[in-house]
Design a protein around this ligand. Structure first.
Ligand code: SF4
Length: 462
């Protein structure tokens, strides 16, 4: 089937990582532009695979090039609503191609080609062919397919703009509904190939954290293939409508994650936040010193106020982990009326990259917009604190109330203790805004602003 493709094509290559040392070229990504788009098109010519712009043989080793994947499909049973879900498979299917690495989705794609693939004679047109065959195999309802790879800067720019309009139209449609209007949510397991304990819960008010799949996309996908990786979850009993906790969601997530996660709050970063695979567009993170929440997106290359960049933070909370104080999310979820509603929504947001803030202008309440600092106004906790005070950010009031509240905590049976490391020979090895230790006898110990000190750190090679 792939006999005229000079590299192997198989799911076994999915985990392949191409590091700078064995990279021939990088395509799209943070230092260039690119996008992928699947569209139903009645005029598609089946089996047409082409590259418009420089082929790999015209590229220079070590350089970065603009790159788009345009996929047109046709089929009697194909609905436009399926475009988003089919498009999301581009990620996995590209990664079946040995020597080709694909990350992210939509206009965030970031790809690399290995030097070994080039040595084998691999070309971008082979990628197009492989995708054509794989998509037809994965989705038998696709009767005709054409794949066009664009690498010419002007074409890529034009295509990215067009793709962004289409992504926005898909996202806007999903805003027509809210969680209360529907009886079913959806689960998505597509990312379990690399995050085995992750299941996305997609609701009208919570677009999937990859930003590429909304409730309508899931509905179309589950209708097409009820036994596929996207499936219905009866909404059932609401345990907490502010936090977004549902009995059925908890049960299904426990089943699908082998019991690793058995409670999820859809609209909070605290206690039981939604798990994160690694495809999220942004991360919400708790800043204990300010009792507020910061957001950092994938495109932000600087350090967050926690002193680490997006990549390090993503590493700490991805892979299907449920980490209190952190949650991966889509930028579209930040437009949702239920965005972190249990935590105070935008009244709790104390830091954002400036580009994200600007793009959310219509969705951040007017009265709070100017009170949220960005990387342009503040980069350290102390600068943020000064900014919040100057602008009278509502989180200040919250800190006061929380302090009052904590004095009263003992009355409810909880004990707050302050701890300071005293042995200066110990060195800090990790810190966490909040972490809990499982105990028996109905007691839960929660460490706030925990810093872990160790006398000795031993790093062992496995
Ligand atoms: S991030 Fe979630 S919704 Fe998106 S593909 Fe992965 S599991 Fe599915």
């Amino acid at each position: 089937m792939f006999s005229d493709i000079p590299v192997d094509v198989s799911p076994m290559h999915e985990g392949e990582r191409i590091r700078a040392a064995n990279m021939f070229v990088e395509l799209a990504g943070p230092k260039s532009i690119g996008a992928e788009l699947v569209q139903v098109d009645e005029s598609v010519k089946d089996g047409e695979y082409k590259v418009i712009g420089p082929e790999l043989s015209d590229m220079t080793k070590g350089e970065i090039y603009p790159f788009c994947i345009k996929i047109d499909i046709k089929g009697e049973k194909l609905e436009k609503e399926l475009e988003g879900v089919i498009e999301r498979r581009t990620h996995d299917l590209c990664n079946y191609v040995q020597g080709f690495m694909h990350l992210n989705q939509r206009d965030q794609i970031w790809c690399r080609v290995s030097t070994e693939a080039i040595d084998s004679g691999f070309k971008l047109v082979d990628l197009a062919k492989a995708l054509g065959i794989l998509f037809k195999e994965e989705f038998p309802i696709i009767e005709s397919i054409s794949v066009t790879i664009l690498t010419k800067k002007e074409d890529v720019e034009e295509f990215v703009n067009k793709a962004r309009e289409i992504y926005s139209a898909r996202d806007e449609r999903a805003r027509e509904l809210s969680d209360e209007d529907v009886d079913v949510f959806y689960g998505c397991l597509m990312c379990q190939s690399f995050a085995p304990t992750h299941m996305c819960v997609v609701t009208p008010d919570r677009t999937a954290l990859c930003g590429a799949i909304n409730w309508f996309d899931c509905r179309a996908s589950a209708k097409m293939d009820p036994d596929g990786s996207i499936f219905e979850i009866e909404k059932g009993e609401v345990l907490d409508d502010v936090k977004g906790e549902y009995k059925n969601v908890n049960e299904i997530i426990a089943q699908k994650t082998q019991g690793e996660t058995d409670r999820v709050f859809l609209h909070s970063v605290f206690e039981y936040p939604h798990t994160s695979c690694g495809c999220f567009e942004a991360v919400a993170f708790y800043i204990p010193e300010l009792d507020g929440i910061g957001i950092v997106d994938r495109d932000f290359s600087g350090e967050t106020p926690l002193g680490i960049p997006f990549s390090s933070m993503a590493g700490q909370c991805s892979g299907g982990k449920q980490v209190e104080g952190f949650t991966g999310l889509s930028l579209e979820y930040m437009r949702s009326p239920k965005f972190l509603q249990a935590d105070g929504a935008y009244e709790r947001i104390v830091w954002l990259p400036s580009e994200i803030k600007e793009s959310l202008k219509e969705f951040i309440p007017k009265e709070i917009f100017d009170k949220i600092p960005t990387n342009e106004e503040a980069t350290t906790i102390s600068d943020i604190k000064t900014f919040l005070k100057e602008k009278n950010h509502p989180v200040l009031e919250r800190i006061e109330n929380t302090n009052d509240g904590e004095e009263g905590i003992e009355a409810t049976g909880e004990i707050a203790m302050e701890a300071e490391p005293t042995n200066q020979e110990f060195v800090p090895v990790a810190s966490a805004s909040e972490m809990s230790v499982p105990t028996s006898g109905g007691v839960k110990i929660i460490f706030k602003n925990a810093k872990i000190y160790a006398e000795k750190v031993i790093i062992k090679k496995k």
